[in-house]
Design a protein around this ligand. Structure first.
Ligand code: NDP
Length: 323
């Protein structure tokens, strides 16, 4: 059976994917969008979004994603449940040789253009206790879940800008914040380090690793080890936050696309073009620096405009072949 052919395939349903869909649909590119494992992306696990322009009173993350989805549908985007599980990109795309994509390990498609907006996922320590208590005191998003720990003692692991920023955020809500830093120094910028070091209720524990998150139903503590002395102690905390970076969801593209050392898709400066013609990347899958909903949306718009120009040249080539 000939696989379904799609002119503009969008993979991922965060602000980048939906914005790309709005622009692509309005440009009559007939976009088909696969939502992936977490429809709506990272913002669906956020509460209040106060920094997206156009919402003077803020908006709930899930609501914002529903609004974006509705806007993409309004212009005719074909939005589908499903996860793209493998791809086969070609370096010389054309009518006889399109990009190939497999959805949910079974459903094959071909596409003239592919817009990648698969985002990034929070990294975890990988402890069994961390997984077991995930959502029951263990969280990778202080801004989403800090509210539940008002007036309580919590720990946060990590030493980059995210950890420092989230520790400061938690310090405003919680009684005490332990910051668990695995080395004898932090990676965070000087400014952010100054902020956490001068906060009254943040205690930074250097050379400290997390051995186990404790608790039956909910988190009741965390067992940590000082790697210099090998001494272990239990911190009485009810919340355990992990802020050790993000991993872009780009594994399935690694064989075809140029990625940086952390797995982020490399794009040409000032565009969303990847090293493969007809394949464009936007949002957190290609952005290690800004990682904001509004910047993701901006690059989603760019990807649709880049793809539109690409499809015009592709159609012109096809016409030349026909004549
Ligand atoms: P980073 O990769 O910068 O930092 C990750 C931190 O987690 C590092 O300190 C690392 O330790 C630590 N870590 C990693 N694995 C483990 C582990 N298994 N156990 C304990 N600790 C671990 O990620 P961020 O998310 O903090 O930042 C990503 C990018 O976003 C950076 O470029 C950052 O500057 C930027 N950013 C900027 C902000 C701003 O400007 N306001 C805010 C947030 C992020 P180690 O240092 O030992 O490797």
């Amino acid at each position: 059976m000939t696989p379904e052919h799609i002119k503009c395939l969008i993979i991922g349903s965060g602000p980048a994917g939906y914005t790309a869909a709005i622009y692509a649909a309005r440009a009559n590119m007939k976009p088909v969008l696969y939502q992936g494992a977490q429809p709506g992306g990272q913002l669906t696990i956020t509460t209040e979004v106060d920094n997206f322009p156009g919402y003077p009173d803020g908006v709930q993350g899930p609501q914002m994603m529903q609004d974006l989805e509705a806007q993409a549908r309004r212009f005719g985007t074909d939005i589908r449940y499903g996860m793209v599980t493998s791809v086969q990109f070609t370096s010389l795309p054309g009518p006889e040789n399109p990009h190939r994509v497999v959805v949910d390990d079974k459903h094959e498609l071909t596409a003239d253009s592919v817009l990648i907006s698969t985002g990034a996922s929070a990294k975890w320590l990988g402890l069994p206790s961390e997984m077991r208590l995930n959502g029951r005191g263990v969280s990778a998003c202080a801004v989403c879940d800090g509210f539940f720990f008002r007036g309580q003692d919590v720990a946060i692991v990590g030493a980059g800008d995210t950890a420092a920023e989230e520790a400061s955020y938690l310090a405003n809500l919680c009684r005490k914040v332990y910051m668990l830093v695995r080395r004898d120094e932090m990676r965070a910028s000087k400014f952010m380090q100054h902020r956490v070091k001068t906060a009254q209720n943040i205690e930074i524990l250097y050379n400290t690793t997390t051995e186990e998150v404790l608790g039956d139903e909910d988190v009741s503590g965390v067992r940590v080890k000082n790697t210099e002395t090998n001494e272990e102690r239990v911190l009485d905390v009810t919340g355990f936050f992990v802020a050790i970076g993000h991993k872009p969801n780009t594994d399935i593209f690694a064989e075809y696309l140029d990625l940086d050392s952390n797995g982020y898709i490399l794009t040409e400066k000032g565009s969303t073009r990847t090293n493969v013609p007809g394949v464009f990347a936007c949002g957190d899958a290609q952005d290690n620096i800004y990682r904001q909903a509004v910047t993701a949306a901006g690059t989603g718009c760019m990807a649709a405009l880049d793809a539109e120009r690409y499809l015009v040249t592709l159609e012109m080539q096809d016409e030349e072949v026909v004549h």
